[in-house]
Design a binder for this molecule. Sequence first.
Ligand code: ZN
Length: 148
Amino acid sequence: MKLKLLFLPLFLMILSSPTFAKDCKQDIDGNDKMQFNLKEIKVPKGCTTMKLNLEHSGKMAKKTMGHNWILAKTKDIAAIVKSGLSAGLAGGYIKKGDSRILAHTILLGGGEKTSISIDLTKIKKGGDYSFFCAFPGHYILMRGKFKY
Ligand code: ZN
């Protein structure tokens, strides 16, 4: 009995230690004003994957105010957007097989949401990464730094 009581605090300590209490997820919201609610995403220490939940909290249709979330090196953004144009609305403005894209969601219209799991082993610690929306013209406003 005494032994059990000794182990309980130890067990609780392990559960609450940083290794076990990782909150490797991030919510982000896009709206009808062509904006994300975040200018920066910082990955919590110790995460090797991160769940990203994207919500379009607006009301406008996908074809006029579509939003997706793309992760790439900051220097690649303009080129990714340019090559994504040919994919069009149906392709979510993402060129199939674009290796510069490190993670991406589908394109959403108002009231929709989606989730992805990001493999952080592809991301260099301290590198210059950004997230953005690939809908034509949106990346100018809809972007932010992704820090790992
Ligand atoms: Zn957008």
